[in-house]
Design a protein around this ligand. Structure first.
Ligand SMILES: *Cc1c(COP(=O)(O)O)cnc(C)c1O
Length: 182
């Protein structure tokens, strides 16, 4: 925080440095620093919707941060809740399989309290179902699943540097995306 404040006073953005570090950590190729995690999420969903304008629904876990449905709403998309698994507190993949995916644009993970979701299964479900996956790692910077970093699953990931997250810049977030088209 002290270093961030010193850099801010000096007129450079410590968030760029954090974003690059988060990008390297996630093993993704591109990163964009954003003003918040929810702004990052809105931006990613809008980009996905631009590529698939025929789809307007986003599946999110029935239990997650309030900012998640707010970001979906802000992107002009519809929220569809999915029951959660008591083991991971993220979307239950067996419940996911029951959805009609015709209008579904993307599924969002939760990774609450640093507890990784069943990310390999969610990623596979998204790929097989022809929908995008957004890996919400706002609370899980540093967590790994099978040696893969949380936030690095699916088509895009987000981290948050808000108050109360693993690393804070007081407010801020980052988008990480793999190379190639979403
Ligand atoms: C905090 C949080 C967000 C949003 O991040 P902000 O930087 O606060 O906008 C999104 N998802 C989860 C799970 C969060 O905990």
């Amino acid at each position: 925080l002290a270093r961030g404040l010193a850099q801010a006073v000096a007129g450079c953005s410590p968030l760029n440095e954090l974003a690059v570090a988060a990008c390297e950590h996630s093993h993704q190729q591109y990163c964009w620093p954003m003003v918040s995690g929810r702004a990052a999420m809105t931006f990613v969903l809008q980009a996905m919707h631009k590529l698939r304008p025929d789809r307007d629904t986003v599946i999110i876990p029935g239990y997650t941060c309030y900012s998640v449905p707010a970001a979906v709403e802000r992107a002009g998309l519809k929220v569809q809740l999915c029951d959660i698994s008591p083991d991971t507190l993220g979307v239950d993949v067996n419940q996911l399989r029951r959805f009609d995916l015709k209008r579904v644009l993307s599924v969002v993970s939760a990774n609450l309290y640093g507890l990784p979701n069943d990310l390999t299964a969610i990623e596979e479900f998204a790929r097989n179902g022809g929908i995008y996956m957004l890996d919400d790692a706002a609370q899980a910077l540093g967590a790994l699943v099978d040696d893969r970093p949380v936030g690095g699953f699916g088509d895009a990931g987000i981290y948050s540097f808000d108050k109360g997250k693993k690393i804070t810049s007081i407010q801020g977030g980052v988008i990480v995306v793999r190379a190639g088209p979403l």
